[in-house]
Design a protein. Structure first.
Length: 421
């Protein structure tokens, strides 16, 4: 039974929504955020990457950064750039990009549901990243960016949202710098809110698609606030955090592939032979990228020359949802035993590349059309994208996926709604 309730959002005044929408804090670095926000005093990057408003010598995790984020929220509220909703609402949120659309719903989920496993996870969090968001949320007294959740498709809920969008004008209809269109419809009719809440109560589990660190951080902040409030009754806003929920069949997951700096002393032909010995069938070379078309297919780029790879059935576990993932097969059969990359989180010899521009980045680093790249990488291995059903199977088992397994795109827009507590 999942709790998903409406909330009184802090959100941009309609005329400022286009200026405010930004990418999430963790997909743009400090220099990139500064460039994107240049000339735009209302960009949400002034909140989620507030170090851009401080001298360069101020580190990203210094207290001044979190204080500046809080200060910018308050300033935007005073200026009327941000407004505070008076009545709790849900928000139908649609993204249109790359010729597809997906429609979800923004609301608040329960800290207790995260702690009990009603909200299921599939990744391990990193302490430093988790601590950063804890401090950000605590100082701001605000969840500034939503968590990205998925649910098993639910026809009555999706029909309700479709009907609402067809009979109401969107509050926001803005396109961001990456060309992603964001539309938002507040839903505040009591009878509709009751239906939505009931649908989620009957739904069961929710699954984290993206935002594991925000989930973990929000839970820690909620617990800390609860311990400080002797008379806490469980209804306080700090017991909930902001999320956007999408049906699983509307989510686009892109390949999250690997590049390696060297072949551990092997020549290219020796590496190909080692792959065959490890349980892979390697096809003839070609100039065009070998893009996998299904599970257990891989594309290998050696110095600009491509080879199709297929993992033989004997090396593809069928009874373990983690070991059977292509990313696990690659790690367990190739990266670890052949190349000596046993800890992909920390090994400097491996790089990860995902999303719609991954082939261009691989071509630059490794090579393309039979010609070598810039020399920074010796090889790349393309993977077939993980499916949402695979993610859910791992989460249902209570297991976690290997690092850098999923790449969701487009990312949720930041700055369209905030949750104060």
């Amino acid at each position: 039974m999942a709790v998903f309730r409406p909330f009184c959002a802090v959100r941009p005044a309609k005329e400022h929504a286009g200026a405010m929408v930004s990418p999430p804090y963790d997909v743009v670095d400090r220099a990139g955020a500064a460039r994107m926000a240049e000339g735009n005093p209302y960009s949400f990057l002034h909140i989620c990457r507030s170090e851009i408003d401080l001298p360069e010598e101020v580190g990203a995790y210094e207290e001044a950064v979190y204080e500046k984020a809080r200060e910018n929220i308050e300033r935007f509220l005073e200026q009327g750039v941000l407004i505070q909703e008076e009545r709790p609402a849900y928000y139908v949120y649609r993204q249109e990009a790359y010729g597809r659309a997906r429609t979800g719903l923004a609301g608040c989920v329960s800290v207790d549901d995260y702690k009990s496993g009603v909200i299921k996870r599939h990744e391990v969090t990193l302490a430093e990243k988790e601590e950063d968001r804890v401090r950000h949320f605590q100082v701001c007294s605000c969840h500034t960016e939503p968590v990205f959740l998925a649910y098993h498709s639910h026809a009555p809920l999706e029909e309700l949202l479709k009907g609402w969008t067809e009979t109401h004008e969107p509050e926001y209809d803005v396109t961001d710098a990456a060309g992603v269109r964001h539309l938002l419809w507040p839903v505040d009719l009591p009878e509709i809110k009751e239906k939505i809440e009931a649908y989620f109560t009957a739904m069961g589990n929710l699954y984290i698609a993206d935002g594991h660190h925000r989930c973990a951080s929000a839970a820690r902040v909620g617990q800390a606030r609860r311990e400080l409030a002797a008379d806490s009754n469980g209804g306080e806003e700090f017991n909930y955090f902001m999320a956007v929920c999408f049906p699983e069949d509307q989510l686009d997951i892109w390949d999250y592939s690997r590049m390696v700096k060297d072949l551990a002393g092997m020549t290219e032909q020796e590496f190909l032979e080692a792959l065959r010995q490890a349980g892979f069938e390697a096809g003839p070379s070609q100039a065009e990228p070998c893009v996998p078309q299904k599970r257990h297919e891989f594309g290998l780029n050696l110095g600009g020359t491509w080879y199709p790879l297929i993992a033989r059935e004997a090396i593809c576990p069928q009874d373990d949802p983690v070991k059977g993932l292509d990313v696990s097969i690659l790690q367990d059969r190739v990266l670890g035993p052949l190349l000596g990359i046993t800890d992909p989180r920390r090994d400097k010899r491996i790089a990860f590349v995902g999303g719609k521009d991954s082939l261009a980045r691989i071509g630059k680093a490794v090579g393309e059309n039979g010609k070598p790249g810039d020399g920074s990488m010796a090889a790349a291995i393309l993977l077939y994208p993980v499916s949402m059903s695979e993610i859910m199977a791992v989460a249902d088992r209570g297991a976690v996926m290997p690092p850098k397994s999923t790449w969701f795109e487009p990312k949720l827009g930041s700055g369209l709604f905030l949750h104060r507590f």
